[in-house]
Ligand binder design. Structure first.
Ligand SMILES: [Zn+2]
Length: 199
């Protein structure tokens, strides 16, 4: 029998990853941790090792499958630690507008920018990360994605889910969305409200 996958997860290559709900990869990156601002609960960490980080980055479209295939299965704890530190900093900037966390992002973005090259298609010319086989590739891609989000108007539409043990971020351009997902946090709140009305 297949393992039961909770409504806020998706099974990728046999591993549960957080379901994409955010509308931007940099926000999806923050959503690889659950229960922001609360004591750590079991299952809070989705990026349990470097391999999972690579799998997540490929699934999110931040690294190509060819690069991910070369990086999967490696033990790169130092890179994973930097990714987690960047995630905390990014969440502080996005949710709390805490510019004291900018140094961490700046350092990773600088590192990433040193490994880009100008690439042309028939439509556009843009900077692209070079796949040099370095295990930092997914981290570089996350850092540039974060800069992309923070440097545009979308950053003003970032909202956090108020669900217990959640705090996931998502874009809410119309100002109408409350929950990361109706199927998980929204439903839990509905059940609680129903129980309160019908004790
Ligand atoms: Zn939620």
């Amino acid at each position: 029998m297949a393992a039961k996958v909770p409504p806020h997860a998706v099974l990728v290559d046999g591993h549960a990853l957080p379901k994409p709900v955010a509308g931007h990869p940099a926000l999806e990156f923050c959503n690889t941790w659950a229960g922001w601002g609360e004591p750590e609960a079991p299952g809070a960490e989705w990026l349990v090792d470097y391999d999972r980080f690579v799998l997540w980055a490929e699934f999110t479209g931040l690294v190509p499958a060819s690069a991910a295939a070369r990086l999967r299965g490696r033990a790169e704890d130092a890179v994973l630690a930097r990714a987690r530190a960047l995630r905390v900093a990014l969440y502080r900037i996005l949710r709390h507008r805490d510019l004291g966390a900018l140094d961490v992002l700046a350092a990773e973005a600088d590192e990433a920018n040193r490994h880009t090259r100008l690439t042309a298609t028939t439509e556009t010319v843009h900077f692209e990360l070079v796949d040099d086989g370095n295990p930092l590739l997914p981290l570089r891609s996350v850092a540039l994605s974060a800069v992309d989000l923070l440097s545009g108007p979308q950053r003003n539409t970032v909202r956090a889910c108020p669900g217990d043990g959640c705090g996931w971020l998502f874009l809410d351009p119309r100002g109408r969305r409350v929950w990361c997902s109706m199927a998980s946090c929204g439903n839990r709140a509905k059940v609680r409200a129903h129980a309160a009305r019908n004790p």
